[in-house]
Design a protein around this ligand. Sequence first.
Ligand code: DON
Length: 311
Amino acid sequence: MSPKALDLDRIVKVIADEMRQRTDRGKVAHYIPELARVDPRQFGLAVIDVDGKVAAGGDADVPFSIQSISKVFTLTLALGMIGDRLWRRVGREPSGNPFNSIVQLERERGVPRNPFINAGAIAVTDVIVSGHQPRESLGEILRFMQFIADDPAIAIDQAVAASEKRTGFRNTALANYMKSFDVIENPVDFTLGVYFHHCAIAMTCRQLAMAGRYLAHGGRNPSTGLSVVSAERARRINALMLTCGHYDGSGEFAYRVGLPGKSGVGGGILAVAPGKASIAVWSPGLDEAGNSHLGRIALERLAQATGWSIF
Ligand code: DON
């Protein structure tokens, strides 16, 4: 099916209507107190096609905490800084464990399985922090987000960052453990400070779908022609999103949706239909693996209605 023949506005509206009515909404994340206050009845969806046309529905313009979706963008930045040397510090295999698990780290000598579990993302953030003050690294991440989303208003939700900093005992343990193997090079609180803050970036579905366009179109923004990464690197980031983007729910997501996707505990998912569209969905209630419950169902509906799949 060609994307031009699709009535994306109608498809998005039908999905948003169904999601608004559903009563199975999952549970909002509680381990970050500020996220526990978010109203679970919200749902947003934005799809941006290759021509830059936006189909948006529900609460697509309400900002939410992107959390682990930020790991896609920090991975992009770290690869830009040190290229394939990154893979000495983090692996590329699915973990088969929860996103904040610690067990594998001991068996694998402090080298995290992939850049999307918390340990892996903290190691990636450490690369970005090296040689800079934490404030500069964070500024670099934020400016990158504003550039790829083409929106200088994107900001960090300081209340969410402070909330996670206060309660992030598990991440502190992961970071200290990796430090004991020299996988973390900077002071642990520098790296964690930057990590907590980039997870706390707030974006709307519309902004997030804009930010993901380079992944859907061979590394460049098809509207401006500006290149973010090479086509090869975009393909590889997508491969990691497919295999690791939903932690131990990645197989189920690939089976049901068939597109690379990255979730966050704020309830967002960024999904990529290569050559076709960049998609962002948000519903704060999570399933057992910590991925958006209705977000995944909405993407399953979208993939069915459009025929988009990488398989
Ligand atoms: O480090 C954490 O636990 C959070 N800042 C991010 C975790 C997350 O989003 C997992 N994704 N579903």
